[in-house]
Design a protein around this ligand. Structure first.
Ligand code: ZN
Length: 64
């Protein structure tokens, strides 16, 4: 483990598999993009590295 030179990726819990990310910060932000988790229950933003995780209990439309 090396000393962190950047903030660790932020993890955000969401209730839907489709999320929008714009970096969440005017200075460090990026154009808003939509991310699809697909078959996964998490997805990382390629711009800012934030990770979105599907909340436990959320179906994401997959059903039972
Ligand atoms: Zn982002």
């Amino acid at each position: 483990m090396s000393a962190a030179s950047a903030s660790p990726p932020e993890i955000i819990e969401v209730e839907e598999k489709r999320v929008a990310c714009d970096g969440g910060n005017a200075a460090l932000g990026h154009p808003m993009i939509y991310l699809e988790m697909g078959d996964e229950n998490h997805v990382a933003c390629p711009y800012c590295g934030r990770e979105f995780r599907l909340k436990a209990g959320a179906t994401g439309g997959a059903g039972h």
